[in-house]
Design a protein around this ligand. Structure first.
Ligand SMILES: Cc1cc2nc3c(=O)[nH]c(=O)nc-3n(C[C@H](O)[C@H](O)[C@H](O)COP(=O)(O)OP(=O)(O)OC[C@H]3O[C@@H](n4cnc5c(N)ncnc54)[C@H](O)[C@@H]3O)c2cc1C
Ligand SMILES: *[C@@H]1O[C@H](CO)[C@@H](O)[C@H](O)[C@H]1NC(C)=O
Ligand SMILES: *[C@@H]1O[C@H](CO)[C@@H](O)[C@H](O)[C@H]1NC(C)=O
Length: 516
């Protein structure tokens, strides 16, 4: 035990340091993405962002302790892995929202556009739709910035089409660790590009990108319900590869899957304008779900009922007709590219997290050649719990999300290939994305909490799997390092040392990966 007087002195010292506060993820207070933020700046131009970075560098070199800098997009990340645990200045990119240089010639099958880092998918979709264009399938959700998506290797789900957001980037400007703007241009033979393509923000702040665009298209969304055994023993590759984008949602208690797939249709073939909603609910629905799922912290029967209800709801189209706001009742649904693939919030609803519904998650990518083996191993883990008397379920409104990725070459991406693990990543990847409700009551631990850790540890130890960079805890990253390619890590580190020799953009993921 330390004497009280020592503790008092220590407390006084701590409080005399510059006040540092927590910065939160999209889930709000109690969900920190950074623990020690000393200041948050809003950049409204690239010049202003550059000068913010330069003054942080100057302040660092004139004091004894290093001041770190990180970009902040829309906060759509899950855990406390944005920053290092040292005092950090955040620079919000929301004000970097210019779009320009639109270039899509009449009749051309592709073109390009420049966006600043804070532009969201939603903003760009609106801009492009007015001009008869779209970004194709290199997408994530609507209210997420391009800077944040590209930095963290975000992706949609496709084996046929490029679906890493970075795969749609032709060039990018990065403010490096000296506060200088550097342009990096797509070139698979250039280590700078291969590092910048999935950089985790460790090379600097991405401020501007040149993106591939395509003529706008209408697409259909179709969904089938499958028995679990037909997927576990089925040709999973064959269920996904034929489509522009496709995924599976797993209902482990029901032993069912939903199989969702999308592809283009001629624009003149349909007048429907379907608009998808994945995350918004009414206040009443939110209250009911929260009450049921909170009781599921203690009672398996509540979770079983919740999965039953969610499954039933998810079997119906989660779409409305955009022009009338009417519910769409039947599959398939048709509409414009971004509205159908992503959509957004219904005008009379709010995102579920705005009602205090929060989730944990875990997302790992495996070679798609191991898809059946991986899903069967997870089934076994569910069954082991059943034998111990614990009925485990999905406690998320869209079940367990199983996504896919076409191979895309860079150093830190989830779907890269030619790696030292000897696994065959050349056919693409299957992602296991397991969100679960975080109870608002008691100690906030989930029903049979240890199960979730067992699933993560078993998969990481038994498979050559790689983590999604914003959907995993520090523990998952630490355990996953052994599955990363040491040569790619070394080549990334060499680029990092040139872009940011002082490590001002350092964060905990970079530390865990041994990049400092
Ligand atoms: C509802 C929801 C749905 C999602 N859907 C998908 C999905 O379909 N597929 C998928 O892969 N991911 C998905 N994600 C995860 C999301 O794409 C990533 O977490 C993404 O990084 C969030 O971007 P952001 O703009 O919110 O950035 P933030 O959350 O603010 O930042 C994330 C990280 O990126 C860094 N960063 C942000 N901007 C820049 C920049 N300009 N330059 C350098 N570094 C930067 C930050 O420092 C931080 O480390 C989803 C998340 C949510 C909440
Ligand atoms: C987007 O996210 C921000 C928080 O980062 C929130 O304030 C805003 O309301 C969201 N907009 C939409 C359309 O969801
Ligand atoms: C991957 O390896 C194959 C076979 O060794 C080689 O032909 C190919 O060029 C490599 N691709 C990349 C991007 O390294």
């Amino acid at each position: 035990m330390l004497p009280i007087s020592t503790l008092l002195v220590a407390t006084a010292l701590l409080s005399s340091q510059a006040a540092a506060f927590e910065y939160n993820t999209f889930d709000g207070p109690g969900f920190p993405s950074c623990h020690r933020v000393s200041r948050v700046h809003d950049a409204s131009s690239i010049e202003q962002l550059t000068s913010i970075v330069q003054s942080a560098i100057a302040q660092s070199s004139s004091s004894s302790s290093m001041l770190r800098v990180r970009a902040a997009g829309k906060g759509h990340m899950w855990y406390d892995t944005q920053c290092s645990d040292e005092p950090t200045v955040l620079v919000r990119t929301e004000g970097l929202a210019r779009i320009g240089g639109f270039d899509l010639a009449a009749g051309a099958d592709r073109g390009s556009v420049w966006v600043e880092a804070g532009v969201t998918f939603f903003q760009l979709a609106e801009y492009l739709h007015e001009r008869g264009a779209s970004v194709g399938y290199t997408l994530t959700n609507w209210n997420i910035s391009f800077g944040g998506s590209v930095a963290m290797g975000a992706h949609r789900s496709s084996l046929r089409e490029e679906s890493m957001v970075a795969a749609g980037v032709l060039a990018m400007d990065i403010v490096d660790g000296m506060g200088e703007v550097r342009r990096v241009v797509r070139d698979e033979g250039d280590d700078d590009w291969l590092a910048a393509s999935t950089s985790l923000g460790l090379l600097g702040i991405i401020v501007r990108m040149k993106l591939l665009i395509y003529p706008d298209s209408k697409v259909y969304a179709e969904q089938a319900t499958l028995d679990e055994k037909d997927v576990l023993d089925g040709d999973i590759y064959g269920m996904i590869a034929p489509y522009a984008t496709a995924n599976l949602w797993w209902w482990p208690y029901k032993r069912k899957f939903h199989h969702r797939y999308y592809d283009t249709v001629p624009a003149s073939s349909t007048a429907q304008e379907g608009f998808q909603n994945t995350f918004s609910v009414t206040a009443f629905e939110a209250f009911a779900a929260r009450t049921l799922l909170d009781s599921g912290k203690y009672l398996a029967t509540s979770n079983m009922l919740a999965e039953e209800i969610f499954f039933g709801q998810w079997s119906k189209p989660n779409f409305r007709e955009k022009t009338t706001n009417e519910e769409i009742e039947e599959w398939p649904v048709y509409g414009w590219n971004h509205d159908v693939l992503i959509g957004g919030l219904y005008p009379d609803q709010k995102a579920e997290w705005e009602y205090g519904l929060a989730a944990h998650t875990l997302e790992l990518a495996f070679p798609v050649t191991m898809a059946n083996q991986m899903l069967k191993r997870v089934r076994q883990l569910f069954d082991d719990e059943l034998r111990r008397g614990f009925v485990m379920t999905s406690t998320y409104r869209s079940g367990i999300n199983i996504k896919f990725g076409k191979p895309y070459f860079d150093f830190l991406g989830q779907v890269t290939y030619n790696t030292t693990d000897g696994a065959d990543w050349s056919q693409g990847a299957i992602m296991f994305d397991f969100p679960s409700y975080r109870p608002t009551v008691g100690d906030h631990k989930r029903f049979n909490e240890q199960f979730y850790h067992k699933v993560a540890n078993t998969l990481i130890d038994e498979f050559p799997c790689r983590p999604h960079w914003t959907k995993n805890t520090r523990e998952v990253f630490t355990r996953s390092v052994k599955n990363m390619d040491p040569n790619y890590l070394a080549r990334f580190k060499a680029v990092r040392e040139r872009f940011d020799p002082q490590g001002i953009y350092r964060n905990v993921i970079g530390e865990i990966l041994g990049l400092y």
